[in-house]
Structure formats: structure tokens, C-alpha cells
Design a protein around this ligand. Structure first.
Ligand code: 1GP
Length: 242
């Protein structure tokens, strides 16, 4: 079986940057998946994330199956709650919302997920998930009932990320929130990536090639983009493979 984490580590060592397209099962029409993936395959996309803060219609498995039919790119679950787990994906970001103090998202959901994951073939990627203020109240903040860390509070962001690494997380994800007005700034990305030994994921509010390059150059190992593709698929034209 492919070890996705080893591939991410290998990419980090080689300085190869990774891009995940985030697909929210509530926002994509399954019929559009084949044409959407034609564009994905012509782009620098390396991973597919599937998830959202909510999945009211329980569409995650249907969407993952439709994606797996048309791509060989690794599909990683990015679940908002335990109900979004499906064995049809390749891996799961096993998230703990370590910027928040809500036990539901620090450990309760993880306990509920444990027996499901024990019997699944999903690769588990323990991830410290840190909400950063993107100047817009996002679904994640509402659903998790937690407050993001202000961008100016770099010390707290850094110490939270380090606490995540020292507790055994394999990835740290700095999240400005889907549709954030302002993405995580370069100073934060640089400070955290310089101090962490594990790979750093950045997402939320990245809508242009310039913002993507800034995040990569500042030290992001993997960038996640969702809204920019949902709003306008022509964004793929800016991130074409050479
Ligand atoms: C959200 O980080 C992801 O969880 C992506 O955010 O939708 O703003 O690209 P956007």
C-alpha cells in the first residue's frame, strides 16, 4: 500500500510543493466530477481533500466513489465530523482542533471515530488543526464553537503548533477558514515552518497564483484550495502543469 505520509515527507525533503484541491460534498454536483477532474489533471494538483464542516445529505461516500472512478490522485478525507468517514478514500486527516478548547473537537469526535478507523484501511494522518483569524466568521468556527487565533499573535500560533508536534501530530494545518477574506500571512507561515520539523499545511482564502506562491515561498509544504475552484474553474488555467 502506498504510504501517503512518507510521500509528503519525501516531497518536503526534496523541496517539492504539494497542492490539494478541496472538494466539499455539499457543494459539488457528482455529474460534474469527470469534467472537473479533466482540469485537475492538467494542473499542478497533487492531492484531493474531501470534506466540509457539515455534510447534511451524507454525500461524502458517493462523492469519494465518483472521484476514485476518474483519478489516481490520492484522496484524503478532511472530515468535519465522524459521520463523514468512508473507507473508500485512501487516507484521513485525523484532526484535533488544538487552537480551540472544545472537548468535542479535541477528543470526543476522535473517540467516536476510533472503532470505525480500527476496522478500515484508511491511512491515518494525525493532524494538529489550528484556526487562524481570516477576518470572516467561517463555518468551522461556528460548528466548532471555537475562536480562531489572531494573526498578530504569532507566539501563540507557534507554541500551539509546537505543542501539536510534541504530542505526536504528524502534520500541522493552519486554517484561515474556507472563504476567508485574508489567508494566513507569510510571516506566520515562515515562523512556524522554520520551527516545526513536521510538514505544514496552509489553507483558507487563497484565491490567486500569487497568494499560492507566497504561501509556498514562505514555507508551506502543502496548500489547500477549495473556494477558488468552486467559484471559477478557470483558476485551473493559472496553475497548469508545464
Ligand atoms: C478550507 O483550507 C480550506 O478548509 C480551503 O479554503 O475554500 O478558502 O480555499 P478555501
Amino acid at each position: 500500500m502506498v504510504n501517503l505520509y512518507q510521500n509528503i515527507i519525501h516531497a518536503k525533503q526534496e523541496g517539492q510543493k504539494l497542492l490539494a484541491v478541496l472538494i466539499d460534498p455539499e457543494k459539488i454536483d457528482v455529474e460534474n466530477i469527470p469534467s472537473f477532474f479533466k482540469k485537475v489533471h492538467q494542473s499542478i494538483t497533487t492531492h484531493i481533500f474531501v470534506g466540509g464542516s457539515t455534510d447534511i445529505n451524507n454525500d461524502t461516500e458517493k462523492v469519494v466513489l465518483a472521484i476514485k472512478k476518474v483519478t489516481k490522485l490520492p484522496v484524503i478525507l478532511f472530515p468535519g465530523d465522524v459521520k463523514q468517514i468512508t473507507n473508500k478514500a485512501d487516507a484521513i486527516l485525523f484532526l484535533s482542533l488544538i487552537s480551540g478548547r472544545n472537548p468535542e473537537y479535541l477528543i470526543e469526535q476522535q473517540i467516536a471515530a476510533a472503532p470505525i478507523l480500527k476496522n478500515s484501511s484508511l491511512e491515518i494522518l494525525p493532524t494538529g488543526y489550528i484556526l487562524i483569524d481570516g477576518e470572516k466568521e467561517t463555518a468551522t468556527q461556528k460548528v466548532s464553537n471555537t475562536k480562531p487565533i489572531a494573526q498578530k499573535n504569532i507566539e501563540l500560533i507557534l507554541n500551539t503548533a509546537l505543542a501539536g508536534e510534541f504530542s505526536g501530530k504528524k502534520l500541522i494545518y493552519l486554517e484561515a477558514g474556507s472563504g476567508a477574506k485574508v489567508p494566513v500571512n507569510e510571516e506566520i507561515i515562515k515562523t512556524i515552518s522554520d520551527e516545526l520539523s513536521i510538514p505544514l499545511i496552509i489553507g483558507g482564502g487563497i484565491r490567486s497564483k500569487k497568494q499560492l506562491d507566497k504561501a509556498f515561498n514562505a514555507g508551506a509544504d502543502l496548500v489547500v484550495i477549495g473556494t477558488a475552484f468552486e467559484n471559477d474553474e478557470s483558476f485551473f488555467n493559472h496553475i497548469k502543469l508545464n
